[in-house]
Design a protein around this ligand. Structure first.
Ligand SMILES: CC(C)(COP(=O)(O)OP(=O)(O)OC[C@H]1O[C@@H](n2cnc3c(N)ncnc32)[C@H](O)[C@@H]1OP(=O)(O)O)[C@@H](O)C(=O)NCCC(=O)NCCS
Length: 143
């Protein structure tokens, strides 16, 4: 398995959007709007591939000069629990540090809080609803 940054609009990007639909949106009866995807031009797009098959992904969105938001974290359901999510987190944090960011945040589904806690993220503030699911903001200072 290899991790890489991918280009908006590329074949790899199309695979990423399909994976995100399958793992993050279809189970909720949702999809993406064109506007949502257009806003990803210029964002940091990360994916894990095994040969030509996408295994996992995430997107890093700039909040301000110091902070990136990690979002759209998804691993193919047949290979969850095998360390792919952890590899993506490490890769994403290295990119963030290399670019000089000090903080990473995310809107974590309550069911994923335990996953992010493994990497030192802490819940912050009160619960809120996004895509019809309870979430918490989580945050970590990158060393
Ligand atoms: C959450 C997700 C990205 C984790 O990826 P993964 O490849 O399955 O996770 P890993 O195998 O790398 O797990 C790393 C560690 O986190 C733990 N972990 C994984 N998912 C967890 C969860 N939902 N809650 C608590 N701990 C979790 C693992 O047990 C492992 O712990 P260990 O290091 O002590 O063995 C993946 O399961 C997924 O895509 N889930 C559905 C979509 C989703 O919820 N995305 C997040 C939206 S905020």
């Amino acid at each position: 398995m290899g991790l890489k940054q991918i280009d908006y609009g590329s074949t790899d990007y199309q695979k990423m959007v399909e994976l995100r639909k399958q793992i993050l949106r279809q189970p909720l009866g949702l999809s993406f709007t064109e506007e949502e995807l257009e806003n990803e031009k210029g964002e940091i797009l990360i994916a894990a591939f095994d040969e030509e098959v996408i295994m996992g992904c995430c997107v890093l969105t700039r909040i301000d000069n110091e902070t990136l938001r990690l979002r759209q974290m998804a691993v193919l359901d047949t290979v969850q629990g095998k360390g792919i999510g952890a590899s993506i987190m490490g890769f994403a944090e290295n990119i963030a540090r290399d670019k000089g960011y000090r903080f990473m945040i995310m809107h974590a589904r309550n069911t994923a809080i335990g996953f992010y806690e493994k990497f030192g993220y802490k819940p912050k503030g009160i619960e809120f609803v996004e895509v019809n699911l309870p979430h918490h903001v989580m945050e970590k200072e990158l060393e």
